[in-house]
Design a protein around this ligand. Sequence first.
Ligand code: NDP
Length: 255
Amino acid sequence: MSTPFDLTGRRALVTGSSRGIGLAIARSLLEAGAHVVVHGRDTSAVGETADALARDFGADAVSTAVFDVTSEEAVIDGIRGIEAAGPLDILVNNAGLQHREPLLEVSLENWERVIRTDLTSAFLVGRTAARAMVARGSGAIVNICSVQTDLARPTIGAYTAAKGGLRNLTKAMTAEWAGSGVRVNGVAPGYIRTELTQALVDDPAFNSWVLGRTPVGRWGEPEDIGGAVVWLSSDASRFVSGQVVFVDGGMTAVV
Ligand code: NDP
């Protein structure tokens, strides 16, 4: 039975899908029928992840791309390579990093590294992919945001600025591209257990803060994020654009 969530025949690039949340999003898109391009900077990590997904979903369902999302030249080459194999229908801008240091101490170099990786990358990859999507008159882009899209915490100022900017970039992309059939939305995960947050999970004080601050009473798992991404990538959300959906166990709904 066909459903509006069905992604059969669509090709999706998930940046930073060699592990963590990106990998879980890749799995969800594959389960919904999409072909997924697994991506990261490390050729062997990307290859190993793609091999594992190919064993579960079939070799034709998976391909790979290796490029740095902060390099304009590499992004243009990378998207060109993906488009050469077939149209890219879905882009998930997921690659990102965290840097924890009080704002008074943060060097310009670290500030710019975070902004480049967590915000400018979505502009670079989004712009390059959207040039082809706009020409074809269809496409879906999902920017992976964060609770820091809305809320600040000490020691992660650059990340908070980048993820807040990503919300408005999502709106700016909608303003310019939705009329050409390219919808752009965000998904904002709460505190999710991945390599990025392992140090926080292992810190008893932070761990109990997360558990107390999250109405559903647990850390999120990477697998919790894919459903919203599938929805926003599919025809089921065909009149939704410029929005950020918080997948955070209720954290941003309460004080
Ligand atoms: P991980 O560190 O586990 O994975 C990050 C992925 O991005 C890896 O595949 C990494 O591969 C890739 N990557 C990083 N930098 C680059 C780059 N410059 N070019 C290409 N690929 C890159 O992170 P998470 O899975 O935890 O996070 C994924 C996204 O979710 C991020 O945007 C993060 O901000 C967001 N998020 C995470 C939360 C959490 O609790 N974990 C909460 C809210 C949002 P490689 O290093 O090999 O290139």
